[in-house]
Design a protein around this ligand. Structure first.
Ligand SMILES: *Cc1c(COP(=O)(O)O)cnc(C)c1O
Length: 365
């Protein structure tokens, strides 16, 4: 199989993985580091796997320049399990939490939190405007006694992204960064907990990265079910039970790839260029393509737009597929087009898309 056989994959998730990472994994598939086994066949208690896990952890630590009082944990259950684990661990029954809801994922997080004990205040709800924008810091009235504030730094379905790190004014910030983790530099000191399902920017599905500050970790109550207790993962090096060994291995390789590229500063520049090319194609189309998000809230990871009719949306996706571009159909709840251009998505694919957009508008506009 040659590289030319790879399609330009705009999938929102699981999304594209860097080709050099897949090649390396292929080369190591039958025998990892001379072990005579693939990573999927070896004990997670073996020395070789412990090294793989610390390599993945170190990769994330290096890329985000994590201070020593942050832990990196590898969990399962997807980002969605975090919607429950966060309140179970950090929302006391006599306390309350603040949620900033800018899209479908934030809404799901609220729905799960409401099943737990403790109060849930939605301090910003973008639903009434159909999830087109994100609030400025100044619009948010954080409850000073909240146990935490939860927000979604990039809403994958709607294509909205915060361009700044939220300031909690002393209240711990918990962030679902599933679809933009490691895509740009962040001010880590603002966050008490960041979580991300790996399948967008970090590797394969089935493993969730949780970055958590010790100070927050210490607030978890005693008596939680073992596998829902962050402390148990922290105390057991992410292995109170068998982790997703394959997923952790690939995350290590993806981090190594990103570091060689120059880390978050370099990838942020590339990501901004890629997104700007598509937004430019939208804005210069005389209204043929209509961007979904308000300009100030445009995502660099998921560019969402629509054509004059749903029929043209469909035709666009079908013809794009024939031209070597897959995964452009918008989420069924919002329709339209969504081009997901995560870290691993190549700039040449974006060039192909904007050329296609111009041609398609010329013949169908
Ligand atoms: C994909 C996604 C999720 C859900 O992830 P799962 O791993 O499928 O549970 C949650 N939040 C955001 C922002 C996402 O993009």
């Amino acid at each position: 199989m040659n590289k030319e056989a790879r399609i330009f994959n705009f999938s929102s998730g699981p999304g594209v993985i860097p080709t050099p990472v897949l090649e390396r994994a292929r080369d190591e598939m039958l025998s990892l580091n001379g072990s005579g086994m693939s990573v999927m066949e070896m004990s997670h208690r073996s020395e070789i796997f412990e090294e793989i896990l610390s390599f993945a952890e170190q990769g994330i630590r290096d890329i985000l320049a994590l201070p020593n009082d942050y832990r990196v944990l590898f969990l399962q259950g997807g980002a969605s399990l975090q919607f429950s684990m966060v309140p179970l661990n950090f929302l006391p029954s006599d306390g309350s939490s603040d949620y900033v809801v800018t899209g479908v994922w934030g809404e799901k997080a609220v729905n799960e939190a409401r099943k737990c004990r403790g109060g849930v205040n939605v301090i910003y709800d973008g639903k009434r405007d159909g999830y087109r924008t994100v609030p400025d810091q100044g619009e948010l009235r954080v409850s000073s006694d909240a146990a935490y504030i939860h927000y979604t730094s990039n809403e994958t379905i709607d294509g909205l992204e915060f361009s700044y790190d939220l300031d909690g004014a002393g209240v711990p910030i918990i962030c679902d960064a599933s679809s933009n983790i490691l895509s740009k530099p962040i001010d880590i000191s603002r966050y008490a907990l960041i979580y991300a399902g790996a399948q967008k920017n970090l590797g394969p599905s089935g493993v969730t990265v949780v970055i958590i500050k010790d100070e927050l970790l210490e607030r978890a109550p005693a008596g939680l079910p073992t596998l829902l207790d962050y402390r148990n993962f922290a105390e057991n090096n992410s292995m109170p039970n068998t982790p997703n060994t394959w997923g952790v291995y690939l995350i290590g390789l993806v981090c190594e790839w990103l570091k060689e590229l120059g880390g978050v500063t370099s990838i942020a520049k590339i990501n901004a260029e890629k997104a700007a090319m598509i937004y430019e194609a939208i804005d210069s189309s005389d209204g043929f393509y209509i961007g979904r998000a308000k300009r100030s809230a445009r995502s660099r990871m998921n560019v969402t737009f629509q054509l004059p009719t749903a029929e043209l949306d469909g035709k666009f996706c079908t013809q794009a597929e024939a031209a070597g571009m897959s995964g452009l159909r918008g989420h069924r709840s919002v329709g339209g087009i969504r081009s997901s251009i995560y870290n691993a998505f190549p700039k040449t694919g974006v060039e192909r898309l904007v050329d296609f957009m111009a041609d398609f508008a010329a013949t169908n506009g």
